[in-house]
Design a protein around this ligand. Structure first.
Ligand SMILES: [Zn+2]
Length: 198
């Protein structure tokens, strides 16, 4: 195989879930695109870190400073929904049914991959809970994925924040199949999971 082809395929394999065969398919698809589109993509990647950053409060993606959700004065500050990834946040936002705040953990506890609680945005979560509960009772909605890592993380969160005054903890779950991923759930499923949290 052409060494240039091989090297770009190798770079693409660094993305989550992309194996050698799919990477090769991506390179072929890119070769099919007009030059202008490739340049647009190249430029977008080059500027990615300058133009998109993470919200310092909830770790959602943001243009600059606080994200749209944290910026919105109409969001319900008595609800804080904890998710693993920004893509999970998008799944819930798309339903338009949730009006509270979010906190993106940046992953789930997975000792096999070396991801411990220290790798997640938990210290920031603790200080947000402290700040939000000074004014009112807050519901912490745990919406980590219904798989082993997500459940481990949910247990850890309950353990950490169970005795926190003015905080009730609920778990999003019913309707989401065990082992599934929030980011791939359809809107109706997410709606059920939100409605029937416990
Ligand atoms: Zn934010």
């Amino acid at each position: 195989m052409n060494p240039k082809f091989k090297s770009i395929a190798k770079l693409l394999q660094k993305f989550p879930g992309v194996g050698p065969r799919q990477a090769a398919r991506f390179v072929l698809a890119l070769l099919d695109k007009p030059e202008s589109e490739l340049q647009e993509l190249g430029l977008a990647i080059q500027n990615l870190k300058r133009e998109i950053s993470f919200c310092p409060q909830c770790f959602n993606v943001s243009d600059n400073g606080l994200c749209g959700v944290c910026h919105d004065p109409l969001r319900d500050k008595t609800k804080l929904l904890v998710i693993e990834k920004v893509t999970d946040l998008d799944s819930i936002e798309k339903t338009g049914l949730y009006k509270g705040l979010y906190h993106v953990l940046g992953g789930a506890i997975n000792p096999l991959d070396g991801i411990t609680p220290q790798h997640l945005h938990l210290r920031e979560l603790a200080s947000r809970i402290n700040a939000l509960t000074t004014d009112s009772t807050v519901e912490l909605i745990i919406a980590t994925n219904p798989n082993t890592q997500g459940e481990t993380t949910a247990l850890y969160l309950r353990d950490q924040f169970d005795n926190q005054p003015s905080l009730t903890i609920t778990r999003l779950g019913r309707g989401l199949a065990s082992g599934s991923h929030l980011e791939y759930a359809d809107e109706l499923t997410v709606k059920h999971a939100l409605d029937y949290r416990k």
